[in-house]
Structure formats: structure tokens, C-alpha cells
Design a protein around this ligand. Sequence first.
Ligand SMILES: C[S@@+](CC[C@H](N)C(=O)[O-])C[C@H]1O[C@@H](n2cnc3c(N)ncnc32)[C@H](O)[C@@H]1O
Length: 204
Amino acid sequence: MNSSSPEKPYAIACDRNREPILAVLRQCLPKRGRVLEIGSGTGQHAAYFSSVFPDLEWLPSDLQENLEGISLWRQEAGDNCLAPISLDLLSDNLKLPQADAIVCINTLHIVAWKGACQLFAAARDVLVPEQGIYLYGPYRYADRPLEPSNVQFDQWLKARDPASGIRNFEDLTQVAQDQGFVLDDDIPMPANNRSICFRRVAQQ
Ligand SMILES: C[S@@+](CC[C@H](N)C(=O)[O-])C[C@H]1O[C@@H](n2cnc3c(N)ncnc32)[C@H](O)[C@@H]1O
């Protein structure tokens, strides 16, 4: 008899970055409501953040192939960690499910730039004024050189997939602004990452 159960996917980076990310999420997430996580990956963040925020519903999402792994982590989480949904930022006519906040960690440098543009366009249809998008990852700034560790990371990303790569902060804020979001915070994080918080504003 084979009694082994499937092993949960694991990324050490999630253990390392979850506390610094949590400190920022405590400031920018709503007290109640539903958080849509884009690019949930292993599912570790979904399991952890849903346990820390029992009054929030946490909705993980990723490409279909990752949902099984996320579901394994969900088995250890509370009821407020919802079943993961398939969500591809590059899909035509991207529509997001209802949410009161969106969290996207280490994903915009993986997906092609079109995915970042589609994220903000689709988020505009879901979030209402004062609700926000939280981004975490490495970013390039026009007024200073990219950190050496991120230069290497960017080269590695592009060698793997030329459509991926570290995004320009100014391009991102422009796309956000075009879709009715303003920059609320841009916070330095460990290992040359950033926490970037956008907030939906009422359109004139
Ligand atoms: C570097 S991983 C980050 C995962 C997780 N957020 C973390 O911090 O560990 C990037 C994630 O983006 C997801 N991804 C790649 N292309 C995507 C797309 N087109 N739409 C949505 N997610 C995508 C991958 O499946 C992967 O889970």
C-alpha cells in the first residue's frame, strides 16, 4: 500500500520574506473583506497570511498547474483561506473576481509586461476608491543604478524568458495612474526588494 501523501511545494524565500511583508500588510490591508492574491506560487504566503488575518478572506490564485500545491498548503490553513482559483494575467479579456484588496508578490518580473498592464486594468473594474494593490519585488528606478544583485537577477530572468525582467518603477506608476491608482507608499525591503502600495482613487 502506498501511504505517502503528496509533498507540499516549498520555497525558502517565502519563509524569509513573510515577516517583513506582514509588517507592511498590517498597515495597508483592510480590516475585513477579501484579499485576492495573484501569483500565489507554492501557497505558503496564502496559508500564513490567512492565519495572521483571521478576519480577512484570502483568495489565492495562480496558473492552473500550481493550484494543487496551493491546495496542499490550504489544508493547514483556516476556513478563511479560500480554494485557489486559476488566474492568468496574460489571458485575453482578463477579469478578476470580487476583492477588497489585491496582493501580488514576486510575480510582475516573471510575467510579461502585458500582465502588469492587464492587472491594473482589471483591478480598476473590481476595486473601489480607497481600496488598494500591494506589490512586492525588485524594481528599477530612473534616478539610481540597479543594485548589483538585481542586475544579476535581471540577467538570469531574461536568459530564461526574454519577456520577463525587473520592471521600471516609473512605468509601473504610469500604468497605475492611467487606470486610476495613486502611489501610497514605496518602502525599501530586505534583499533589495520593495513594497509598493497603490490606492484606487475616484475618477474625475
Ligand atoms: C517567483 S513566483 C512567486 C510566487 C509567490 N508569490 C512567492 O512569492 O513565492 C511567480 C509566480 O507567478 C506565477 N505566474 C507566472 N505567470 C503568470 C501569469 N501569466 N499569470 C499569473 N501568475 C503567473 C507563477 O506561476 C509563480 O507562481
